[in-house]
Design a protein around this ligand. Structure first.
Ligand code: ADP
Ligand code: MG
Length: 383
């Protein structure tokens, strides 16, 4: 959908033209899963898929929210209603950002907003962060707040943590606000320093396939919170601020010191996963993106066997893709469904995609959605 189409749709809903149009992308994380809430490393790229928003400021402090992917109605909220726990449904995500801005001391008023997003929802591609971040950048521009990309991402994260009630780390929102076209972002989630690394897979004859399994198992949210608290418990028992503070050299002694296998497995994943991010960065800096392949597959094994957040569907995609010639593959996102990424030689891309689709049909699963990921631009004004 073009900015003009968004402007027209906005006008059809609200009867006046918007002040402008903004976009904020979804993301895929190349490697570094479940590390962001352990102060660790991540390596996401922004997707061309984005939440777009046409926005018009209001003279009062009301919010009116409408989404092309919503139930058709306009959600109207008074300033008083914009507080944690008071907003139901999808409107929590955008309203939460306005709340987070006000809570941080920015006296922002109301707005009419029309959203249209092509980020698949619940697919582990961060449609929620896209929806939040597009509001954050639009408000930053319209209210001249002068906030930086990192601050905007952190405000959006706070909206999701406190207003929506999802205890996510900072990766999704920071990827949506900070990623750059043609680059992967190596982010240290403790220091919030980012290094933008050129990622030109096409020049290396490679492609990154994203397979959206279209499943999301119910236990995803509870399991996420449980893994997170397990990691915090392990760090506490080891006397560390976070599992990030444990390097591969200290891992064997730390595993000996932990009282049960569950905590040992969580710790092993986080430590080895941070090392895999660093290895991936090395590979990219060395101009050898093909070396990412085995790193991805090792990351999947760790998520499956140690962190235990994969599921039959994502395991099937990884196994099938690798058997069909992918250089490597892994689940991406929180787990229990969602999407898988596969690094493939350009010449094998169609064959791998077809093999995965055939395996899903044979297993009786719904047809997955497969597309090629390109590293796109982070949140921005379109018109
Ligand atoms: P993910 O972020 O992986 O896509 P989440 O469960 O975190 O999955 O967020 C999905 C939720 O975000 C949806 O259920 C919906 O409430 C909201 N959402 C995302 N995009 C839109 C949209 N375009 N319109 C309305 N709600 C949306
Ligand atoms: Mg989300």
């Amino acid at each position: 959908m073009t900015p003009n189409e968004l402007t027209e749709a906005f006008t059809a809903v609200y009867g006046e033209a918007p002040d402008g149009v903004w976009a904020a992308p979804g993301r895929v994380n190349l490697i570094g899963e479940h590390t962001d809430y352990n102060d660790g490393f991540v390596l996401p790229i922004a997707l061309p898929h984005a939440a777009r928003a046409a926005v018009r400021l209001r003279a009062d402090d009301r919010l009116r929210l409408h989404s092309a992917q919503g139930d058709g109605g306009v959600v109207e909220l008074t300033a008083d209603q914009v507080r944690p726990g008071a907003v139901p449904g999808w409107a929590r995500y955008p309203a939460g950002v306005v709340w987070a801005l006000r809570d941080a001391g920015h006296p922002v008023g109301g707005a009419d907003i029309h959203f249209d997003s092509d980020v698949p929802t619940g697919a582990g591609l961060s449609s929620s962060a896209a929806l939040e971040c597009v509001v954050a950048v639009a408000y930053n521009d319209l209210w001249d707040l002068g906030l930086g990309r990192v601050e905007l991402g952190l405000l959006a994260q706070r909206a999701e943590n406190v207003f929506v009630g999802v205890p996510c780390g900072a990766m999704d929102q920071l990827a949506s606000t900070c990623c750059e076209a043609g680059r992967a972002m190596f982010l240290d989630t403790r220091t919030l320093t980012a290094r933008q690394l050129p990622v030109d897979l096409a020049a290396a004859g490679l492609r990154l396939l994203v397979v959206d399994t279209r499943v999301k198992h119910d236990l995803a949210d509870g399991a996420y919170a449980e893994r997170r608290s397990g990691c915090e418990k392990a760090a506490g028992l080891l006397g560390l601020p976070a599992l990030r503070d444990l390097g591969p050299a200290g891992l064997p002694a730390a595993l000996d010191a932990l009282p049960d296998e569950g905590l040992r497995a969580l710790t092993r994943h986080v430590v080895t996963e941070n090392a895999r991010v660093e290895a991936a960065v090395e590979a990219m800096l060395a101009g050898d993106p093909a070396a990412l392949g085995p790193i991805l597959t090792a990351g999947h094994a760790s998520l499956r066997d140690d962190f235990r957040v994969s599921c039959d569907e994502t395991d099937l995609v990884v196994e099938t893709a690798v058997a069909a010639g992918a250089l490597g593959a892994r689940m991406t996102g929180g787990g229990f469904g969602g999407s898988v990424i596969a690094l493939v030689a350009e010449a094998d891309a169609e064959h791998v995609a077809a093999a995965v689709t055939a395996a899903f049909t044979a297993a009786g699963y719904a047809t997955p959605r497969v597309f090629t990921a390109l590293a796109a631009q982070g949140a921005r004004r379109l018109a």
